[in-house]
Design a protein around this ligand. Structure first.
Ligand code: FES
Length: 140
């Protein structure tokens, strides 16, 4: 029996929203200190709504599957809604990940937050409270 749920396998084998947005309104890049893997997220934002999102990763299968699901969950959502996305919600949407792969799911959440900080900062806007002092996870 596979360690991975059908949903994880589906998003790993057919990841949604892979790629680069050349004229992105926000970009977030983070590295995973546990394994050295890298995640980059590109967002198009219109009127505080995420109209498009793409990701590129130099990461494992779980990083690919969780990023794919995370992009699906926040595409078309407002920035405030995107801020509420947690890696746990992404893992739940995938119907679970093996415990030692949970740290991979943090990459997507952190990359989205870093991209949103990029967006607010570039546009001279105050950071929402939940992003003030935000640092990408040091460990899972
Ligand atoms: Fe590095 Fe999964 S092992 S992100």
């Amino acid at each position: 029996m596979s360690l991975y749920t059908d949903k994880v396998m589906d998003h790993f084998e057919n990841p949604r929203n892979v790629g680069v947005i050349e004229d992105a309104d926000a970009v977030g890049e983070v590295g995973n200190p546990m394994c050295g893997d890298i995640m980059k997220m590109y967002l198009k934002i219109d009127n505080d709504v995420i109209t498009d999102i793409k990701f590129k990763t130099f990461g494992c299968g779980s990083a690919i599957a969780t990023s794919s699901m995370a992009t699906e969950l926040i595409k078309g959502k407002t920035l405030d809604e995107a801020l509420e996305l947690t890696n746990k919600a992404v893992v739940d949407a995938l119907e679970g990940l093996p415990a030692r792969k949970i740290h991979c799911s943090v990459l997507a959440e952190d990359a989205i937050k870093v991209a949103l900080i990029d967006y607010y900062t570039k546009n001279g806007r105050e950071l929402p409270e939940s992003l003030v002092g935000f640092e990408p996870h040091e460990e899972e």
